[in-house]
Design a protein around this ligand. Structure first.
Ligand code: FDA
Length: 398
C-alpha cells in the first residue's frame, strides 16, 4: 500500500490547527487535519460558557506584550500584528455570526460557540482541506523530505507538519502532552508547564473558616506583586474563583500570598468615617453589611472582633478596619489543576521558533502553533486570538 501524501499535515483540529489548515489550503496546499477526538474544536464549543469569547479587541501587538505571558513576551507580537482581532471579526461577520462586547473588550457570540466551530469547518472545506477525526498519532519521524506519520488509520507523509495539539488542560476533553513530546523529539526545548486561568484552593483550616462564604461573588481587586486585576471574585467550597482569581492564578506560585481589595475604587476609610458620622449607633457587622455582601461582612467583623458602636471608634481603629477591607491577605495552597484550568502556562520554548512563521528554527517544515507554545494570554479572548494569529502565521508558510 502506498503512503498518502499531503503538502501539509496539521495535528489537532482545535482553534489554532483549523486556522493553520484553512490558510494553507487557501494557498493551494493539500492539507490533512488529524485529531483523536470525535469532533473538531471541542474547546471552542465549551468556551465562554458556550458563547465563545472568540477575541479581545485589545489583543493587538501594542498591548500584547503586557497581556501575554511567556519567557519572551515579545515573541507573540509578530503574529498578533499580522493577524488582528479585526480580521477575525471580519471572518465572523462574513459568516453572519452576530456578537456583542461583554466587558473589557471581550467579544462573545450572541448565539452559540458551535457557530464558530461550524464557521471554521466550512472554511476548511472551502479551502479543500481534509479533516480526519478519531485518529491516533502513533509515531512521527523525519523523512528524506518532510515527515512520515504513522496514524491509527495508516501512514501519511507530508512536506510540512503543523503541531497544534494544545496544552494539558482538561484531559477529559482529549488534552495530551503530544505536542511537547514532539518538540523534545525534534530537539526543541519546552519550558516548565503549569495550570493557569484556574481557581485557587485553600488548606483545610482556612476552608473551614471561610466555608460560610461559598457562593458569594463580588467585585474585587486581586493583587500579586505588581500585578492586579479588578473583576469578579467568587468564594467556592474549595477556595477562590471568578475572573479576578483566574487572572491572578497565571502569576501566583506555591507559597505566595495574594491580596484582596474588597472595595475596589473606593476609599474604605472615608466610607467608614461617613458611617461613623451618619449611623454612629451601628455595630461593625451592620456597618460592613452596607459595604459588602452580608455573610462576608459578618465574617470580616467576627475576625476583627471590635466591639461597640461605630460612633465610638477612634480614627486608628477605623483605619485598621479599612486596612482589612482594602488589603485582605490570603495564602492559597494550590490550584484546581489541569482538571479545570482554562490554559497551560509554558510550553514549546519560543527561542526555537521563528516568530513570523512559527517554524522550528532548526527543523525546516516543522511548526508549532496555539497553546502548545510558551505563550499564554490573559482571560478574556486573548488565548483564542493567539490561536488564530499563530495558526494564521503558520498557514502562510507551511
Ligand atoms: P485546542 O486544545 O483547542 O486543540 C487541540 C486539539 O488537539 C484538540 O482538538 C485535541 O483533541 C487534539 N489533540 C490533543 N492531543 C492529541 C493527540 N495525541 N492526537 C490527536 N489529537 C490530539 N480562550 C479564549 O480566548 N476565550 C474563551 O472564551 C475561552 N474559554 C475557555 C473555556 C474553557 C473551559 C477552556 C478549557 C478553555 C477556554 N479558553 C478560552 C482557552 C482556549 O480554549 C484555548 O486557548 C484554545 O482552545 C487553544 O487552542 P489550540 O488549538 O492551541 O488547542
Amino acid at each position: 500500500m502506498t503512503d498518502l501524501n499531503y503538502d501539509v499535515v496539521v495535528l489537532g483540529a482545535g482553534a489554532a490547527g483549523l486556522m493553520a489548515a484553512i490558510e494553507a489550503g487557501k494557498r493551494g496546499r493539500s492539507v490533512l487535519v488529524v485529531d483523536h477526538a470525535r469532533n473538531p474544536g471541542e474547546k471552542i464549543r465549551i468556551s465562554g460558557g458556550g458563547r465563545c469569547n472568540f477575541t479581545n479587541i485589545n489583543a493587538t501587538h501594542t498591548t500584547g506584550r503586557e497581556r501575554f505571558l511567556s519567557r519572551n513576551p515579545r515573541f507573540a507580537l509578530a503574529a498578533l500584528s499580522r493577524y488582528t482581532p479585526e480580521m477575525f471579526i471580519e471572518l465572523v461577520r462574513r459568516h453572519g455570526i452576530t456578537w456583542h462586547e461583554k466587558t473589557l473588550g471581550q467579544l462573545f457570540c450572541d448565539g452559540s460557540a458551535t457557530q464558530i466551530v461550524g464557521m471554521l469547518v466550512a472554511e476548511l472545506r472551502r479551502a479543500g482541506g481534509t479533516l480526519q477525526l478519531e485518529t491516533e498519532v502513533e509515531a512521527v519521524a523525519k523523512a528524506d523530505t518532510g515527515f512520515r506519520l504513522r496514524l491509527s488509520t495508516g501512514t501519511v507523509t507530508c512536506d510540512s507538519l503543523v503541531v497544534a495539539t494544545g496544552g494539558k488542560s482538561i484531559p477529559k476533553m482529549g488534552a495530551t502532552g503530544l505536542g511537547y513530546q514532539l518538540a523534545q523529539q525534534f530537539g526543541l526545548a519546552v519550558t516548565e508547564t503549569r495550570p493557569a486561568l484556574v481557581p485557587l484552593t485553600f488548606e483545610i483550616g482556612t476552608l473551614e473558616r471561610l466555608k460560610p462564604l461559598a457562593g458569594i461573588s463580588l467585585d474585587a481587586e486581586v493583587r500579586h506583586g505588581k500585578t492586579r486585576f479588578e473583576e469578579a471574585l467568587l468564594f467556592t467550597h474549595r477556595g477562590l474563583s471568578g475572573p479576578s482569581i483566574l487572572q491572578i492564578s497565571s502569576f501566583w506560585r506555591e507559597g505566595d500570598a495574594i491580596h484582596l481589595d474588597l472595595l475596589p475604587g473606593r476609599d474604605a476609610l472615608e466610607a467608614l468615617r461617613q458611617a461613623r458620622a451618619t449611623t454612629p449607633k451601628l455595630h461593625l457587622p451592620a456597618v460592613l453589611a452596607t459595604l459588602l455582601p452580608r455573610r462576608l461582612a459578618q465574617l470580616v467583623a467576627d475576625e476583627l472582633a471590635l466591639p461597640g458602636m461605630i460612633g465610638d471608634f477612634s480614627d486608628k481603629r477605623l483605619a485598621s478596619v479599612a486596612q482589612r477591607l482594602e488589603d485582605w491577605t490570603v495564602k492559597p495552597v494550590g490550584s484546581e489543576g489541569y482538571r479545570t484550568a482554562e490554559v497551560t502556562l509554558g510550553g514549546v520554548d519560543t527561542t526555537g521558533l521563528d516568530a513570523r512563521t512559527m517554524q522550528a528554527r532548526d527543523v525546516p517544515g516543522l511548526y508549532f502553533v496555539g497553546e502548545v507554545v510558551d505563550v499564554t494570554g490573559w482571560l478574556g479572548g486573548y488565548n483564542f486570538q493567539w490561536a488564530w494569529a499563530s495558526g494564521w502565521a503558520a498557514g502562510q508558510a507551511a
